[in-house]
Design a protein around this ligand. Structure first.
Ligand code: NAG
Length: 404
């Protein structure tokens, strides 16, 4: 009788101690799926098996990748999952150095997931140094596409926090078809000479938030393609790199509008450009509206404020035909610091579709060069002005255009 009671009590106690574990299960790729943190054994299969199990669970599961260095050949992590899922990356994942071993131009791909949390302080190391020299996609249409470090495709209601992506062979992060996805305390790290390594590229998404993050890379810090809506970039430090960029737009048919972009409290240091909107001349139709840059510090930045509707690298276009992308409701407020180029503010809008409702407020950008102090250039735009204007707004005309 007493023994039976004891068994009953023990069973009850066991049940109670198990309940909280059931509510938040951790599975560990090393302890449960045979991963080895030796920098050589491929993590791909253990990680994908862990993902399959976690994704099928009706209860939330946290996949742990403990500290250590892992080789990861490739990973495709697809939903939909039965419940929220999280990936706690504490270790460093290393991509194969050879760019030709990838089946797709993506190293880690996460698709069709609702309520993903990624956290843990770990690193995605794309090992791109040898690949950067092999990238000629800007000039060669039949080039080999280099892999992106992490691709989020149709991911919703998700948080990526305290994660680093390093030395990607191509873009570090591509956000496509996502909604309500936040990058917080996110780090991108690659040298200035790394080609085409945009930090975070966003396209066809609604609700993308990049907060309190640090992006050092060889190309755009954050770049927005068509169909980017409700994007917030706040408290981000960029540099080296090419700055924060919207576009280029108008190159392809059926591009979706861009609307609702708020870039605030950011610092750009030693970047090739500051905040920029670019569209191709002789373009397809399109639009970008409701775009705001506020409280931005520029530290030795080239072209700190740049709207360029005659964007035409490598002279691949007909500059005599204006861009058909309409830009409207643009504001630049409280933008201060130092310019690396004399033209600190350049607003070159389309002669076919002038920029509409542009606002410049409290601009204070200085230039120290032999040509003299900073100047600004405008065409096909009449910005509303308030507060400080240094350089004087629209102080010079681009060559070829008569002064007003
Ligand atoms: C957006 O995603 C976050 C997770 O980062 C979640 O907590 C929040 O509820 C989501 N918001 C909406 C409106 O679904």
């Amino acid at each position: 009788m007493a023994i039976q009671m004891n068994i009953a009590i023990t069973a009850l106690l066991l049940l109670f101690t198990l309940i909280p574990i059931v509510e938040c299960t951790d599975i560990d790729v090393v302890a449960n799926f045979g991963a080895v943190a030796d920098g050589q054994t491929d993590l791909s299969l253990p990680l994908m098996n862990a993902w399959k199990e976690a994704c099928a669970s009706p209860e939330p599961v946290n996949i742990v990748i403990p500290e250590g260095t892992y080789l990861l050949s490739e990973a495709t992590l697809n939903g939909p999952c039965q419940a929220p899922i999280s990936l706690q990356l504490q270790g460093t994942l290393m991509a194969p150095e050879d760019p030709t071993v990838f089946k797709e131009p993506t190293w880690v791909s996460i698709s069709y997931v609702d309520s993903l949390t990624m956290f843990g302080g770990g690193v995605f190391d794309g090992q791109g140094a040898t690949a950067w020299g092999q990238n000629d996609c800007s000039k060669n249409k039949n080039c080999v596409k280099l892999p992106i470090n992490i691709r989020f495709h149709n991911v919703k209601n998700s948080l990526i926090q305290d994660i680093t992506t390093k030395d990607s062979k191509q873009f570090h992060v591509n956000v496509l078809g996502c909604s309500n996805i936040t990058f917080q305390s996110f780090t991108v790290s690659a040298p200035e000479e790394s080609l085409n390594t945009d930090g975070i590229h966003i396209g066809r998404s609604d609700g993308v938030y990049i907060l309190d993050s640090k992006i050092e890379t060889g190309d755009d810090c954050v770049s927005l393609g068509d169909g980017s809506n409700n994007v917030k970039v706040q408290g981000v430090t960029c540099g080296p790199g090419h700055g924060i960029s919207i576009g280029s737009l108008g190159k392809y048919k059926n591009e979706e509008p861009i609307s609702g972009v708020f870039v605030t409290q950011c610092t750009l240091a030693n970047t090739m450009n500051g905040v920029r909107i670019k569209t191709w001349p002789a373009s397809q139709p399109g639009s970008a509206t409701d775009i705001h840059f506020e409280d931005i510090t520029m530290d030795n930045v080239g072209n700190p404020i740049l709207v360029d509707q005659e964007y035409c690298p490598w002279n691949q276009c007909d500059l005599s035909v204006p861009s058909r992308v309409q830009l409207s409701k643009l504001s630049f407020k409280n933008i201060r610091g130092t310019s690396k180029t004399q033209i600190a503010v350049k607003l070159i809008c389309s002669s076919g579709l002038p920029c509409d409702e542009v606002e410049l407020a409290d601009i204070d950008l200085t230039y120290n060069g032999p040509e003299g102090p900073a100047i600004s250039q405008c065409s096909n735009v009449h910005p509303a002005l308030s507060g400080v204007q240094n350089p004087a707004a629209c102080s010079s005309q681009p060559t070829g255009e008569a002064a007003p």
